[in-house]
Design a protein around this ligand. Structure first.
Ligand code: DX5
Ligand code: ZN
Length: 221
């Protein structure tokens, strides 16, 4: 089976098992996915820079922030302050601030990514794509877990792979949204580098992380 990178989406974990889940996953995953929403860019509020600090107390796993916020430069500063390892901004609100944000993130020694919502084309990030460490393709409408899988977004993953090959870019390609067994064949055909796994792919499978992990591996391998 192909080596893929897994990034559990912690907004979908059970908060009553915070420590058990993190300590169990620490030596098994490549990064943690931290959703940062402002109730404005999307109609929901989930995790925060404070949550990043709490996870850091019990984990050395790199943390990647997925910002779904209107004022991205403000939240970049907050996330740099808590030493988040990677900061990904919504490309939809980055016009006029993308270069300075990427610069600020890199200057702090962190990785910079851009996220493309379903309606956003790769053209949007072309002016600065060579500077990015990661590009995330949303395969659901952003804001909530457990939403409808948007299969047609997978073609952007294929496009990003081709572009990277042709131009020698170095970004990693990530997909976020409804990554689970039902969609496994389609996703592995598109072949992203990093799979964000949320409620339907991991945390919601059983009420015990060890059992959920086992079940996920059975399904994915
Ligand atoms: C939603 C978030 C996702 C979410 C995915 O806006 O960006 O990271 O946790 O959850 P699933 O995989 O269950 O759709
Ligand atoms: Zn996310």
């Amino acid at each position: 089976s192909r080596k893929i990178q897994l990034s559990p989406s912690l907004m979908t974990m059970d908060l009553d098992q915070f420590k058990e889940q993190i300590t169990f996953l620490n030596d098994k995953v490549n990064s943690y996915h931290i959703d940062i929403m402002d109730g404005h860019f999307v109609p929901n509020i989930t995790l925060s820079p404070w949550f990043v600090e709490q996870v850091r107390k019990i984990s050395d796993v790199p943390m990647s922030a997925h910002m779904m916020v209107t004022d991205a430069p403000f939240w970049v500063k907050q996330l740099i302050d808590v030493n988040c390892d990677e900061i990904c901004f919504p490309s939809e609100v980055a016009n006029g601030v993308a270069f300075s944000m990427i610069d600020e993130i890199h200057h702090a020694g962190l990785k910079a990514g851009a996220v493309l919502n379903p309606e956003t084309s790769i053209d949007t990030i072309m002016p600065y794509i060579d500077l990015l460490d990661k590009v995330t393709i949303m395969t659901i409408d952003p804001g909530f877990a457990g939403q409808r899988f948007l299969q047609s977004c997978l073609r952007k993953i294929t496009q990003l792979r081709e572009l990277r090959e042709e131009q020698g870019y170095t970004y990693q390609i990530e997909m976020d949204g409804s990554t689970n067994l039902k969609h496994w064949k389609m996703i592995s055909d598109a072949n992203p580098d990093i799979y964000v796994i949320g409620r339907s792919g991991l945390f919601g499978l059983t009420d015990n992380i060890e059992d959920s992990w086992k079940q996920m591996l059975q399904e994915y391998e």
